[in-house]
Design a protein around this ligand. Structure first.
Ligand code: MF3
Ligand code: CO
Length: 276
C-alpha cells in the first residue's frame, strides 16, 4: 500500500507545525458541529468548511486528493466514510452525520472526524456515537511509550466489544500522518496487543474507529467514493490526529490537546517540552 514503509518520526518543531494544522481542523469541525441542523445540506457544510479552513490560512487536504471533489466527507446514516457533500442531501431530524475534515499548514497535515446527531436521534444512535468516541479515546490512551502499535487497535476493539454487538469496520483503518495525509503505519481498529512497531516519541497517527449497528461489511457506491454498510445499518466514525511526545499522547486535533479526556482516563497528556 505504501511505497516507503518506513515510519517517519516527527521532531518537536514538526509536531508544532502539525499542531497548527490540527487546530485548524479541530476548530473547523466545531464550526460544522454547530451548523448541523435539519434543513442544512451537506454541500452547505462543505462550503462552510472550505471557507473556515482558507480563512485560517490553511488548505483543505481532501480537495483534489485522488480526484476527491470537496473539502470534507459527510457520511449520513448507513454511509460509513468518504461520502461526497451534495446540495441534494438535506439533513433531516433523526439523521446521524459523520464529518471528516483535513487541512494542511506549511506542508503538515491534520485529519479528524466527528459524528453529529441531527436534532433528536434515537437512543441507539446516541449510544453508537458515544461508543465510537469512547473507543477512539481508549485507543489514544493506549499510546504509551514503548508499547506497540497494536495496543491502540486492541484498546479500540476491546472497548467496542464490551459495549455491545457492534460491527467494527475493518475495510478501512487509521494511518500515520505528517507531510502527507496517509503515511505508514496502518492503524486497524481490531487486533491483539503487543504487536507491530514500537510506540516512541515522534510517532504521529490518525486513530479513526468506524462502527455500525449491524455487520461490519461495506460496499463502495457507483460514485467510487461513498462507503456504505452492506446491510444498511447506521454507522459512526470519529477521528483524531495524535502525536506521541515525551510526556504522553498529544491530541493535535483536539482544542485542549486531549487534556480533559486523558485526565479522565488517568493518562498524562502530551505536549512539547519547554525547551529543546
Ligand atoms: N480523512 C480520511 C482518512 O482518514 C480521508 C478522506 S479521503 C478524501 O483517511 F479523499 F476525502 F480525502
Ligand atoms: Co484519516
Amino acid at each position: 500500500m505504501f511505497q516507503d514503509r518506513r515510519i517517519h518520526l516527527k521532531k518537536p518543531n514538526e509536531i508544532a507545525l502539525m499542531r497548527a494544522a490540527g487546530l485548524v481542523v479541530g476548530r473547523t469541525l466545531e464550526v460544522l458541529r454547530a451548523a448541523v441542523k435539519p434543513g442544512v445540506t451537506t454541500a452547505d457544510l462543505d462550503a462552510l468548511a472550505e471557507e473556515h479552513i482558507r480563512a485560517s490560512g490553511a488548505t483543505p487536504s481532501f480537495k483534489g486528493y485522488h480526484g476527491y471533489p470537496a473539502s470534507i466527507c459527510t457520511s449520513v446514516n448507513d454511509e460509513v466514510v468518504h461520502a461526497i457533500p451534495s446540495p441534494d442531501r438535506t439533513l433531516r431530524e433523526g439523521d446521524l452525520v459523520s464529518i471528516d475534515c483535513g487541512a494542511i499548514v506549511d506542508g503538515w497535515h491534520g485529519d479528524a472526524a466527528i459524528t453529529v446527531a441531527v436534532g433528536e436521534v434515537t437512543p441507539d444512535l446516541q449510544e453508537l456515537t458515544r461508543t465510537c468516541e469512547e473507543a477512539m479515546w481508549r485507543g489514544i490512551a493506549a499510546m504509551r511509550r514503548d508499547g506497540r502499535l497494536s495496543d491502540v487497535s486492541a484498546a479500540v476493539e476491546t472497548y467496542v466489544r464490551g459495549r455491545g454487538d457492534y460491527g467494527i469496520v475493518e475495510d478501512y483503518v487509521g494511518h500515520g500522518i505528517g507531510t502527507q495525509m496517509h503515511q505508514p503505519p496502518n492503524v486497524p481498529n481490531v487486533g491483539r496487543p503487543g504487536k507491530g512497531p514500537r510506540l516512541v516519541p515522534g510517532l504521529a497517527i490518525a486513530i479513526e474507529p468506524m462502527i455500525t449497528l449491524g455487520s461490519n461489511q461495506t460496499d463502495v457506491l457507483d460514485d467510487d467514493w461513498t462507503v456504505v454498510t452492506r446491510d444498511g445499518a447506521y454507522a459512526a466514525h470519529v477521528e483524531h490526529t495524535v502525536a506521541l511526545t515525551d510526556k504522553g499522547p498529544w491530541v493535535l486535533t483536539a482544542l485542549d490537546g486531549g487534556a480533559a479526556k486523558l485526565a479522565e482516563l488517568g493518562v498524562p497528556a502530551g505536549s512539547l517540552a519547554e525547551s529543546k
